[in-house]
Design a protein around this ligand. Structure first.
Ligand code: APR
Length: 310
């Protein structure tokens, strides 16, 4: 039997998630949105791409959650995106209500699903879904690190004029300005980045990766990025559905790892059929750990605001 994925939010990120899931034939997809007609129309359009693109999965759209029943994975993209001048944190209260409702409804119909969060501010939205769903921590995770890492890898590849596929890198921390690209561990086919580029160039690339989302928001003016975010999300979905056990940076609930407790923060994890199957606690330098703790503190501040509202 085919797997089933629900994508909540039929906007830019959600629709592109549905498209990528279909093109990879990972699962049947149900797209849910509050706007009447939009999820139905987009799902039908995607379904009609099947004969041309050569995929055989079912795509349906809905404004309610009944058709989502028994999903293997629920991807939550519903909510507002950023506009120029806004930080992800500015979206906190509006998107909290959206994610709260979406999680309540989704878990009612799919009590055994994994939850993959995409809505920003990402780490605080993961915490919201974790509280509301009461799922175990291995079944709630957020997409950020893969995207931040992909941006860093892209800029490194552009600078060196090499294939981005040869570039490996790791970005830790919250999905915000305080994210922590680990330059020490970045490499090109095993060659340390620090042997290929001088410090000033590396600093410039780190800075651009950190602000990679804002750079796109500034161009688009009416919203935020969606092609790379949907690609990153579907890499997580694929690793879980196919039990690939990929090691990827994701926002997960930490209980003491890296000295961080009861908080969602981006760290490397193994993603397989059981969801988050392992958290890798790698040795960090004092500076890296301090940067990670600073990033975690920024996430904690948002979570504290939510706790006061609850
Ligand atoms: N239930 C379902 N869908 C909702 C709800 C809700 N309560 N509230 C809003 N939506 C839908 C909107 O109708 C819209 O179709 O969420 C969709 C969001 O789509 P876009 O505005 O295109 O935003 P998008 O670019 O997809 O970003 C969504 O992902 O990357 C993050 O920061 C981004 O938080 C944002 C989210």
């Amino acid at each position: 039997m085919r797997k089933k994925v629900t994508v909540i939010g039929a906007g830019n990120v959600g629709a592109n998630c549905a498209l990528r899931i279909a093109e990879k034939e990972l699962a049947d997809v149900v797209v849910v949105d509050i706007v009447e007609g939009v999820p139905q129309g987009k799902a039908l359009d995607l379904l009609q791409s099947g004969p041309v693109q050569g995929y055989d999965v079912m795509l349906t759209g809905a404004n309610d959650y009944e058709p989502t029943a028994n999903s293997d994975i629920v991807v939550i993209t519903a909510g507002l995106p950023r506009k120029p001048g806004m930080s992800r944190d500015d979206l906190l209260m509006a998107n909290y209500e959206v994610v709260k409702t979406a999680t309540e409804q989704a878990v009612k119909y799919s009590p055994n699903a994994m939850l993959v969060l995409v809505t920003n501010p990402l780490d605080a939205m993961c915490q919201t879904a974790y509280w509301v769903s009461k799922f175990s921590k291995n079944r709630v995770m957020g997409m950020a690190g893969i995207l931040d890492t992909a941006r860093f890898r892209t800029f490194i590849a552009q600078e060196l004029q090499v294939s981005a596929q040869n570039v490996t890198a790791l970005v830790l921390g919250g999905h915000g300005d305080t994210m922590v690209p680990l330059v020490r561990l970045a490499s090109v086919s095993g060659i340390p980045l620090t042997e290929l580029l001088d410090q000033a160039t590396i600093d410039r690339l780190v800075d651009r990766a950190r602000n990679g989302g804002a750079e796109i928001v500034k161009y688009l003016k009416t919203g935020s990025a969606y092609y790379a975010p949907s690609a990153a999300t579907v890499e997580m979905v694929e690793s879980i559905l196919k039990d690939q056990k990929k090691v990827l940076p994701c926002a997960v609930y930490l209980e003491g790892e890296y000295g961080i407790r009861d908080l969602f923060v981006g760290v490397p994890v193994k993603l397989g059929a059981l969801g988050v199957e392992k958290v890798y606690e790698i040795k960090l330098t004092d500076d890296e750990l301090a940067a990670l703790h600073k990033s975690a503190k920024a996430v904690q501040e948002l979570v504290d605001i939510l706790k006061r509202k609850m």
